[in-house]
Ligand binder design. Sequence first.
Ligand code: ADP
Length: 398
Amino acid sequence: MEDVVLVINAGSSSLKFCVYNAVADGWRLSTRGQIEGIGTAPRFSAKDDVGVRLADERLDKDEIHDAAAALGALAAWLRSQYHAAHVIGVGHRVVHGGAHFAGATLVTPDVVEQLRALVPLAPLHQPHNLAAIGAVSERLPHVPQVACFDTAFHRGQPEVATVIPLPREIRGGGVQRYGFHGLSYEYIASVLPQVAPDIADGRVVVAHLGSGASLCAMKQRRSVDSTLGFTALDGLCMGTRPGALDPGVVLYLFQTLGLSAAEVEAILYRKSGLIGISGISNDMRELVANAAPAARLAVDYFVYRAIKEIGALAAVLGGIDGLVFTAGIGENSAEIRRRICEGSAWLGLELDAAANDARKTRISASRSRVSAWVIPTNEELIIARHTGAVLGLTQAQV
Ligand code: ADP
């Protein structure tokens, strides 16, 4: 019987999943898929390891109304595809691990309670991550689950990078900078020695540019600083989040506009960033293709902020050896990469325009002092690895 690990990344309206086979030297992808449009127009799609379509179908909107129902549909499909398989574990992406969780951990009722306490710090993601864990517990009560945190990779950062300069009694409650997208950065760090050996042991800024976006400053593949902090709101401009914001603006929203906490939260998490500036879309593809001044300004600000923050992290690192692009925008938009690289030329980065347009792995000119790279991320593989490692350890201890 084949052993498989199921990886789940549950969002507000989508449930992404991967099935990995345990093989002698690690984990081999078997299926990658998602249920998107949960509650509105749910659609199930899945592909095998080489991209051949296994499923692409509409689901009943009234039936697939939440994460639990989506998980039920996924479980039924998995049973039909993998009837002879043994699910040895389920690994979840969990956005916030707080101050307590410095690595992947076996899910227990106590762990779930601790993670629930972090919901206010990641209201866009954490409730959905926990809903998926709850749904799996109900359907597969005997299958162990592992929580893998986006914050964990950053836990070794120096205190000066994580401190938030507020009064001690407030900081004592866990108010510090955590950093996010850690599963993505951990994957990039893991492949740098093979993909970009010249810079792997050096000073590297990794730009994870997706609907959420951040930068990570790495020294010898360890995180020393990042642009996201206490919550996933800081730093770069994102699809629906503003990035760095004068906190006085938040006071203004409360005191002068008289908005409620729920309204302010909706503005900060869902109505700002690219959609806020443009009023058109949070999708970079649409904005790049749109000549309207508001779309231009949104793209300009996204690029401007990235250049500015790359400069800040380069200062933290005392100069950089390499810049790596990853995630939806970083992997797919030659234009955004070009503009960010041109704005970072002062660091000694010279783009190879043809390599960038062709999305080569190395996109800087051979004479460039600072190299630039495009490396597709693979957060799911990191989750599968952690899940296997945590379960192996657990089984060995039993
Ligand atoms: P997430 O996993 O956080 O949902 P992704 O890493 O999938 O985000 O990135 C989604 C973003 O990538 C969207 O803003 C989308 O427009 C952008 N994107 C994808 N392909 C392209 C492209 N060819 N050009 C510009 N942006 C793109």
